[in-house]
Design a protein around this ligand. Structure first.
Ligand SMILES: [Fe+2]
Length: 202
């Protein structure tokens, strides 16, 4: 476990350490672990030839489950753990908005797709349907407008689709540690606050 203070030199190792310590935990009743789920989501992004920043977003999109104060099964038990916000806040000092915004918006993207894509709801897993209720259900028209005002909303939608596809039991996939070079290449020099959600009119 990393005990020194965090900096650019060790943040990626700290993330790997989080995966080692917490990654084996169950992913909301799905048949993959948390780490497998995020690794599979990243593999989907890579297969889609997404930019490195979006592959990184897919790889780290649920890291908020590891860094928040809520128990891992909070969503299953009907409590919104706001893991998308927790993940964004944890990563924002180290990674650019092209990584952190799709992470922050990946729950909103599910609510968005449920409203705007007729066939989307049917591809959701039972656990995702369950958490959708806790997370506010499908967006209304105003929320759709607000969501589409975010410059990263299209990437958030893609990250969401990689998220939905990353739940295949028994699939061996590239482990998180093999993304070291890519993650280190994305690190930013200056601390960066999480972007605030901007409305369509602002
Ligand atoms: Fe996920």
């Amino acid at each position: 476990m990393v005990t020194e203070s965090l900096g650019k030199h060790n943040i990626v190792e700290f993330i790997f350490d989080l995966f080692s310590r917490r990654g084996a935990e169950e992913y909301m009743g799905e048949s993959v672990s948390m780490a497998q789920h995020m690794e599979q989501s990243a593999a989907c992004a890579a297969a889609d030839e997404a930019a490195d920043s979006l592959v990184a977003a897919a790889l780290l999109h649920d890291i908020g489950h590891f860094v928040g104060d809520f128990p891992i099964d909070a969503l299953e038990k009907g409590v919104d753990n706001l893991h998308e916000e927790a993940g964004c806040q944890f990563l924002a000092p180290w990674f650019p908005p092209s990584v952190t915004e799709p992470i922050r918006l990946h729950v909103a993207a599910k609510r968005y797709l449920c409203k705007t894509d007729e066939g989307y709801f049917d591809r959701l897993s039972a656990a995702s349907v369950n958490s959708l209720r806790v997370q506010g259900g499908p967006m209304n028209a105003d929320e759709v407008k607000q969501f589409e005002a975010n410059p990263y909303y299209r990437d958030a939608v893609k990250a969401r689709l990689y998220d939905d596809d990353g739940k295949v039991a028994g699939l061996t996939i590239k482990p998180v540690r093999e993304y070291r070079d890519m993650l280190e290449s994305l690190l930013i020099d200056q601390a960066n606050d999480c972007l605030t959600y901007t409305g369509a009119d602002s």
